[in-house]
Design a protein. Structure first.
Ligand code: ADP
Ligand code: MG
Length: 320
């Protein structure tokens, strides 16, 4: 039977918005000495917003190349770029997609229909819009999915994306493809708010003797580094696919007693399942992450995480 101390810890946790999905997790959580955090939606609020829309012909000298029948009057405008991007992204549930569709709606843009939608995990998406393929993705998407034919305006696009990333903005290129050619239409950039209590939580965990704290993210290296610097996390692994997050958890497990993973998304589910203790973010987390989690933080208050570990440690001590 479950010891009284464990039952009382479960109910104390519940009052503080920490849901332990079973007494056995309290024992394990009491021994956690390494923690991996997802970035988007975990250390940040996950309220991704579109901040920059840049149609290429405004910026490049060979803008004439961009003009084609996609464009109403032969010139590509920012609104036109956003319209085409939103058409594709209306088929995706990714947070960048939702932010794109939202921005188009806010500008009262009417989006055409997109067909043959396909997503490439961790890289981007494409679909057919008005007779051409529209690709939206990061530089890795371009390097892997679009590496077999040249792309007009690629150098400009990559340079712009790199600059935006260095400023902490997640950025994607929009590429148009017909039988004749591929060409960069422009780029979009996004930001997400760092949770106001995230830096304090990281400090707190470190003070409590957690000796390895890492960030694992699918996002770009430069963006990840920017956010990690703001939070005082020095170990960052970026541009990870879901299975690569698993590999990092396993590597941490070789050197630690118990590794916790904190995440909110579908792409965190395999890593959450691998960690000794998985923590789901209840406020905005996806169902998959919450189902996989051993501990759920019912509110978005990050101070509940060090609390959960401290409560677990104290409770375990009374048992032996
Ligand atoms: P994260 O949750 O950190 O964004 P993902 O693995 O979901 O991690 O995505 C990693 C990267 O893949 C994104 O930063 C983006 O560059 C690209 N990507 C994924 N989905 C989309 C999409 N729908 N539209 C554009 N880019 C995408
Ligand atoms: Mg996330």
């Amino acid at each position: 039977s479950t010891p009284a101390a464990v039952l009382s810890a479960i109910s104390a946790g519940g009052r503080q918005g920490v849901l332990f999905k079973g007494g056995e997790h309290i024992e394990t959580a009491g021994t956690v000495d390494a923690i991996a955090f997802d970035k988007t939606g975990t250390l940040t609020e996950g309220n991704t917003r579109l901040t920059d829309v840049n149609a290429r012909d405004r910026l490049s000298t060979d803008g004439g190349l961009v003009a084609d029948e996609l464009l109403e009057d032969g010139s590509l405008t920012d609104d036109r770029l956003l319209t085409v991007a939103a058409a594709v992204q209306s088929r995706s549930e990714h947070h960048l997609a939702e932010a794109t569709v939202e921005a188009a709606a806010e500008c009262d843009l009417e989006t055409p229909v997109a067909t043959e939608f396909e997503a490439v995990v961790g890289k981007g998406v494409h679909a057919t819009v008005q007779g051409r393929t529209i690709h939206i993705g990061n530089p890795r998407y371009v390097e892997t999915v679009l590496d077999d034919r040249p792309i007009d305006g690629l150098a400009d696009g990559l340079e712009a994306v790199r600059d935006l990333e260095s400023a902490g903005k997640t950025s994607v290129l929009v590429v148009s493809e017909t039988d004749e050619r591929r060409c960069v239409l422009g780029w979009l950039a996004f930001t997400d708010t760092i949770r106001p209590d995230a830096a304090e939580m990281i400090d707190n965990l470190r003070e409590r003797g957690i000796d390895q704290i890492v960030m694992l993210t699918g996002d770009n290296e430069r963006v990840a580094r920017y956010i990690a610097d703001e939070l005082g996390i020095d170990e960052v692994y970026a541009e990870l696919l879901p299975e690569e997050k698993v590999t990092h958890i396993e590597r941490m497990q070789e050197r630690h007693e118990a590794v916790a993973m904190v995440g909110d998304g579908v792409n965190d589910a395999p890593a959450l399942a691998t960690a000794d203790i998985s923590v789901g973010m209840g406020g905005a987390g996806t169902d998959v992450a919450l189902e996989t989690a051993d501990i759920v933080l019912m509110s978005d208050k990050l101070d509940r995480l060090p609390y959960a570990f401290a409560l677990s440690r104290e409770t375990s001590r009374t048992l032996y």
